[in-house]
Ligand binder design. Structure first.
Ligand SMILES: Nc1nc2c(ncn2[C@@H]2O[C@H](COP(=O)(O)OP(=O)(O)OP(=O)(O)O)[C@@H](O)[C@H]2O)c(=O)[nH]1
Ligand SMILES: Nc1nc2c(ncn2[C@@H]2O[C@H](COP(=O)(O)OP(=O)(O)OP(=O)(O)O)[C@@H](O)[C@H]2O)c(=O)[nH]1
Ligand SMILES: [Mg+2]
Ligand SMILES: [Mg+2]
Lengths: 286, 278
């Protein structure tokens, strides 16, 4: 398996006090395989490889640690640099806008976030501003009703901004308002315009990009377009209970210069947890 | 000119990059390039051809072979005892329900009668979603209440089709992950009870390396007959088509190219190849 070949390459460096170029080259090749198989962006993998090679060979071996530990530390540092940044948010009254590709898990995650804030003692409500998908509001309403959280939606209303406007009025007594939106992608100009308008009207405290853990190389361009349109300040990676490694999330974080706020790891309303960089990185490496 | 490994090494590396950046899964891109190296080393190239041309041409042909010729669903149905029963399956959010609606619409437009079975009795809003689609399209839907046994719903759908001499049964099912033993067992039970003629596996063009893992697992559990690749409009290079076709060797039946009822194209290899090779 990949993690075994990476471990073997690491073993070759073990016990050495001088880092030889061949061993580093072999390690970086195995690392590339692991990262590419985990959906990390091709160009990003190449940049990381250069960085890791250069640092491994140029940096002086710190006293008391061997070559293997030194290179391993560099690999971890470089990866933590990419995903380690904390996406800040606080437990105060706020408005959160959910955005992302079709089927990424926005509606389900909106329900999970309602549960999260409710457990923290806040009054929370959800607005179903998905004016397109059949049964979208029925889905959100069902999730919210299960946990006794108010929701607003209007399946007959085609104007997403109007749904938000009416929703804010209907939910004026809650502290945290979470707005679910229809799925959309970078090539749908009219839908990108729509979420730009919703964002401008709502003026949310946070704009979170919901991405599927299995999203491949498309992650970079998609995250970029969403970021240009509404200024994403956090990423939620869903479906991490599957077998996907979430490498696309690295691109999403890099393009939005933000961090991973939450991880979705199941279909039930409680399957939401705060992001743990170390767990994420070891899963990424195979 | 006899091609040596040295001649084509750089071109092969470039092309492996093209595949990876088109979102072909890493092990598949590697396997295809390795296979091509074996095929090409020792062969002859014409004076006017560059190593690059030879390699690009060979890759194009290799991909064509992997992708296959598609699957003529309408002919299959017309030549088969009715009702033809088709079960749709796949992981969460890939576009199964929407694909069922689009294909129902497509088959109806080809003069066939269709009944849809609301086999997702689990997810919030699932029955409402397929109900709205079927109402809009004027398609008969068989559904029970949320929480009902999916096998029972789909059994009833087949019984309805037999009683009404309907041509096709399209059975939707809940999204499920391949690493959930209880859900994969439930899928096996659905298949035993419903006895579909065809099992269509639905995945999305934007899925990366996991597309290989999950296609393998679903193939092992329910042995699929065809693949529907959705959201190709999101990721026109559609590398996942190559990853999946390579991994399970089953035909691609349709490509989903949008959210409208007409956004479902019967698969032809050029749809993917022209996007990758430009
Ligand atoms: N196993 C698992 N399934 C999830 C997770 N998050 C969402 N899902 C499932 O993924 C599917 C899609 O979720 P939705 O919430 O409908 O996705 P969406 O982004 O709102 O979809 P659109 O509104 O159509 O764009 C559903 O079957 C969810 O139950 C997760 O963390 N784990
Ligand atoms: N752009 C685009 N979106 C699509 C396509 N096919 C489906 N979708 C969208 O993807 C989202 C999910 O589709 P569903 O049909 O609910 O997916 P599903 O597999 O049934 O989801 P679960 O039942 O929750 O597992 C919806 O917003 C669809 O409109 C496609 O070809 N292109
Ligand atoms: Mg939704
Ligand atoms: Mg569905």
């Amino acid at each position: 398996t990949l993690s075994n070949s990476l471990k073997d390459a690491m073993k070759k460096l073990a016990g050495k006090t001088v880092i030889d170029r061949a061993a580093v080259d072999e390690l970086v090749r195995d690392l590339q395989r692991a990262l590419l198989s985990s959906d990390v962006n091709v160009k990003l993998v190449m940049e990381l490889s250069k960085q890791i090679k250069a640092r491994s060979l140029d940096e002086n071996l710190p006293k008391g640690i061997n070559a293997r530990e030194h290179v391993l530390r560099i690999v971890y540092q470089e990866l933590v640099n990419l995903v380690g940044k904390e996406a800040e948010f606080s437990l105060k009254p706020q408005k959160i806008l959910m955005a992302g590709l079709q089927g990424s898990g926005k509606t389900t995650t909106t329900g999970k976030l309602c549960r999260y804030f409710q457990r923290k003692g806040l009054k929370v409500g959800a607005i179903g501003a998905d004016n397109f998908r059949p049964g979208a509001y029925a889905q959100l309403e069902t999730l919210c009703k299960k946990i006794n959280v108010p929701s607003y939606g209007d399946p007959k209303e085609k104007d997403a901004v109007k749904i938000v406007k009416d929703g804010l009025a209907a939910l004026k007594d809650v502290d945290v308002v979470i707005v679910d939106t229809a799925g959309r992608h970078a090539l749908e100009d009219d839908l990108i315009d729509e979420i730009t308008e919703v964002n401008a009207y709502l003026k949310p405290d946070h704009r979170w990009l919901v991405i599927d853990a299995a999203l491949g190389q498309a992650a970079r361009d998609q995250a970029k377009r969403f970021h240009e349109a509404i200024g994403i300040d956090g990423v939620i990676v869903t479906k991490m209970d599957g077998t996907a490694k979430g490498g696309g999330a690295m691109s999403a974080v890099a393009e939005t210069q933000s961090g991973i706020v939450f991880i979705g790891n199941g279909e039930t309303i409680d399957d939401l947890e705060r992001f743990d960089p170390n767990g994420f990185i070891s899963r990424l490496l195979g | 000119f006899v091609l040596s490994e040295k001649d084509i090494e750089e071109s092969l590396f470039e092309l492996q990059m093209v595949l990876l950046e088109s979102d072909v899964a890493y092990p598949v891109a590697e396997a295809i390039t390795e296979h091509m190296k074996k095929e090409l080393v020792g062969t002859h190239r014409k004076l006017r051809e560059s190593a690059d041309d030879v390699v690009t041409d060979a890759l194009r042909h290799a991909i064509e072979k992997v992708l296959g010729e598609g699957f003529d669903l309408v002919s299959y149905i017309k030549n088969h005892e009715k009702p033809v029963k088709i079960l749709f399956t796949g992981v969460n959010g890939t576009g199964k329900t929407t694909s069922v609606a689009k294909i129902a619409h497509y088959l109806q437009s080809q003069g066939l009668s269709v009944v849809v079975g609301a086999g997702d009795t689990f997810r919030a809003g699932a029955i409402e979603q397929i109900r709205v689609h079927c109402e809009r399209l004027g398609i008969k839907l068989i559904a029970h209440q949320e929480g009902a046994d999916p096998s029972a719903v789909l059994y009833d759908t087949v019984e309805y089709a037999k009683a009404h001499k309907t041509d096709v049964v399209l059975a939707d099912s809940a999204g499920r992950f391949h690493n959930r033993v209880n859900l994969m067992n439930q899928l096996e039970k659905i298949k035993r009870v419903m006895k579909p003629d065809l099992v269509f596996y639905v995945d999305e063009a934007v899925a990366g390396n996991d597309a290989v893992i999950r296609a393998e697992e679903f193939e092992k559990t329910v042995s699929t007959d065809g693949v529907i690749l959705t959201k190709v409009d999101m990721d026109p290079k559609g590398g996942a088509a190559i990853s999946i076709a390579y991994t399970i060797g089953k035909p691609l039946v349709f490509l989903g190219v949008g959210q409208g009822y007409d956004d479902m194209k019967p698969f032809t290899p050029s749809l993917i190849i022209d996007e990758i090779f430009g």
